[in-house]
Design a protein around this ligand. Structure first.
Ligand code: CO
Length: 134
C-alpha cells in the first residue's frame, strides 16, 4: 500500500544552523524557511535526488515538536513520511488493522499543501509515521 518515501523529518533546535550544515557541509539544495503556524513549526526542505529531508524548528508556544526537543536537545529524527494514493482508504485499512491515527482521524493539509495523517509510533516500531496523499 505505501509508496515512495516522501521525506524524513529531523527536528532541530536551530533551523538556521541546521540549514547551513545541509547546505554547506553536505552540499545539498535547500528551500527557504517557511513558517507553518497551523502546524507549530518552521520548515526547510532539503532536496535530495531520491527523497527530501524536512528540517523542523518549533514555532510558537505549543509546538508539537517541543517535547521531542526537550528529550533530544541536539535534535533527532522525528518522523518518516510515506506516500499513499488515497489517504482515506489507507486510514480505513490501517484502523481495521488496529493501528491508531493521531488527532481526530481526519486528514489535514500538510506542509506541501497535500492531505496528511500521522500514525501512532507505538504501532509502527517506535517511529512516528506520516502518510501523505501524493
Ligand atoms: Co513531514
Amino acid at each position: 500500500m505505501i509508496g515512495r518515501l516522501n521525506h524524513v523529518a529531523i527536528a532541530v533546535p536551530d533551523l538556521a544552523a541546521a540549514t547551513a550544515i545541509y547546505k554547506n557541509a553536505l552540499g545539498a539544495t535547500v528551500s527557504p524557511a517557511v513558517e507553518q503556524p497551523d502546524h507549530g513549526v518552521t520548515t526547510v526542505f532539503v532536496e535530495l535526488p531520491n527523497t527530501k529531508i524536512e528540517l523542523l524548528e518549533p514555532l510558537g508556544e505549543d509546538s508539537p515538536i517541543g517535547k521531542f526537543l526537550e528529550r533530544n536537545q541536539s535534535g533527532g529524527i522525528h518522523h518518516v513520511c510515506y506516500e499513499v494514493e488515497d489517504i482515506r482508504s489507507a486510514r480505513d485499512r490501517l484502523t481495521a488493522e488496529g493501528a491508531r491515527v493521531l488527532g481526530d482521524g481526519e486528514p489535514k493539509i500538510g506542509a506541501h499543501g497535500k492531505p496528511v495523517l500521522f500514525l501512532h509510533p507505538k504501532d509502527f516500531c517506535g517511529t512516528l509515521v506520516e502518510l501523505e496523499e501524493a
